[in-house]
Ligand binder design. Structure first.
Ligand code: ARG
Length: 462
């Protein structure tokens, strides 16, 4: 058992208590951030004359060596230390003796861990954003290739009106775009440095908090030391954004599972992204999509867990906050893994455009347009709705589509129909006449695609 405290204790910590309390098994994940934070802290102590130039250089160099040794696998982070902070400090003292003992001047583990977690989360926000950018560019490519690929649009999972594959994909583009914007907002709010908050009430040393904030790439220091050590809002916001990303991925997965089913056959998932059955030789299952859908629950779980942990914590730091890590780390890895795999699955998926088209033809998806035709010829909409209802019933009995009816049959139900009805209810007309902003008509769609392409490129550069 290696602890940073013990002076005021007369007894050894109970072994089970030690294990229950220790966090090294999971906080070793941010050893890099811990060392980076310590280097910035020591540089600032040197600049302020709290440490000598020699001491500063010695500690900074030694911290760099420790990091190098861990990275190269020469130094293992073992469970004999309580947490990653104790591990790094113990290594420093082992190598530098008394000089190493000066590292923690003007600092508490409370502001240290607040900093480490924030640095780690900030990097995760950026990484998640990069993965979403890749997913968006795959979606946009599909959109560009399929502005004329007609498919049924659904409500209640019942065929409703024809759309295009570009339009359907475009809906997901908008969702993941908002997810990226959300991550950007979170970054802006979280990018303030808690280091220098001390245990809760700052410190009497003349620390330069602006300087450490700058060294670590923050916009500035946090403005209340009690809040600095006990704020986990940023992490809750990130887990919330991750939950929304997972919700979007899960919906999309569900859609792909349906489209890939034997009944629909709108798509075929590539062999590399499918799995087989141990007993049924014919099977090719959409396991990746199912797993993405299934893993959504654990990300929601991490969010619920942290919200619940935080709701009863009085100011400032309390040990409950150590619970911000394990599930959050799991959620972060889960989201990144899911986005990356989903992107691979989508970019290799085959679209059966003929099947989509045939499905749109067969489900009365042009019934609204037939009613609109009557309206354009002076029939009030409610009456037109009734007339087309009769037409649909007629077609269902005969097992045909509206387009298959002869003009004489149509005229029998309403004399308003003329030869141009066929043109008016063709799939192409139904789609391409829908030209309001955001609608599937080719011209409207192309404008949106151009706009989104520009946004994606601009974001890449910016
Ligand atoms: N392992 C602790 C955590 O993750 C570090 C902070 C310890 N601070 C304390 N006052 N015991 O929250």
């Amino acid at each position: 058992m290696a602890q940073l405290w013990g002076g005021r204790f007369t007894k050894e910590t109970d072994k089970l208590v030690y294990q229950f309390n220790a966090s090294i098994s999971f906080d070793k994940k941010f050893y890099r951030q811990d060392i980076e934070g310590s280097i910035a802290h020591v540089k600032m102590l040197g600049k302020q004359g709290i440490l000598t130039g020699e001491e500063t250089d010695a500690i900074v160099n030694c911290l760099g060596e420790i990091r190098g040794d861990v990275e190269a696998g020469r130094l293992a982070i073992t469970d004999e230390y309580e947490d990653i902070h104790s591990f790094v400090e113990a290594q420093l003292i082992k190598r530098l003796g008394d000089t190493g003992k000066k590292l923690h001047t003007g600092r508490s583990r409370n502001d240290q861990v607040a900093l480490d977690m924030r640095l780690f989360t900030r990097q995760e926000v950026l990484h998640t954003d990069e993965l979403l950018a890749e997913l968006l560019s795959v979606i946009l490519k599909i959109m560009e290739a399929h502005t004329e690929t007609i498919m049924p649009g659904f409500t209640h999972l019942q065929k409703a009106q024809p759309v295009t594959l570009a339009h359907h994909m475009g809906a997901y583009f908008e969702m993941f775009k908002r997810d990226r914007l959300r991550l950007g907002d979170i970054y802006e709010r979280m990018n303030y440095c808690p280091l220098g908050s001390g245990a809760l009430a700052g410190t009497t040393y003349p620390l330069d908090r602006d300087y450490t904030a700058e060294l670590l790439g923050f916009y500035g220091p946090t403005l209340n030391s009690m809040d600095g050590v006990s704020d986990r809002d940023y992490l809750i916001e990130f887990l919330s954004a991750c939950s929304v990303i997972m919700m979007h991925l899960s919906r999309f997965s569900e859609e792909i599972i349906i489209w890939n089913s034997n009944e629909y056959q709108f798509v075929e998932i590539d062999d590399a992204y499918s799995t087989g059955s141990s007993i049924m030789p014919q099977k090719k299952n959409p396991d990746i999509a199912e797993l993405v859908r299934g893993k959504t629950g654990r990300v929601y779980g991490a969010l619920m867990s942290l919200l619940t942990a935080m709701k009863g914590i009085p100011l400032a730091y309390n040990k409950d906050m150590q619970e911000d890590k394990e599930l959050a780390f799991d959620a972060m890895d889960t989201v990144k893994g899911c986005i990356a795999l989903f992107t691979g699955m989508l970019s290799t998926m085959k679209f059966h455009t003929e099947t989509m088209r045939a499905s749109a033809n067969n489900g009365f998806t042009n019934a609204t347009d037939a009613a609109d035709y009557l309206v354009n010829h002076g029939v009030p909409f409610r009456d037109a709705h009734g007339i087309v209802g009769q037409i649909v019933l007629f077609c269902i009995e005969k097992g045909i589509a509206i387009d298959d009816m002869s003009l004489a049959e149509l005229k029998e139900i309403s004399p308003v129909f003329e030869e141009d009805i066929y043109e008016a209810i063709s799939m192409e007309t139904c789609v391409n006449k829908r030209l309001t902003v955001g609608a599937p008509g080719k011209a409207a769609m192309e404008q949106v695609i151009a706009q989104e392409r520009a946004w994606l490129n601009e974001k890449k550069q910016g």
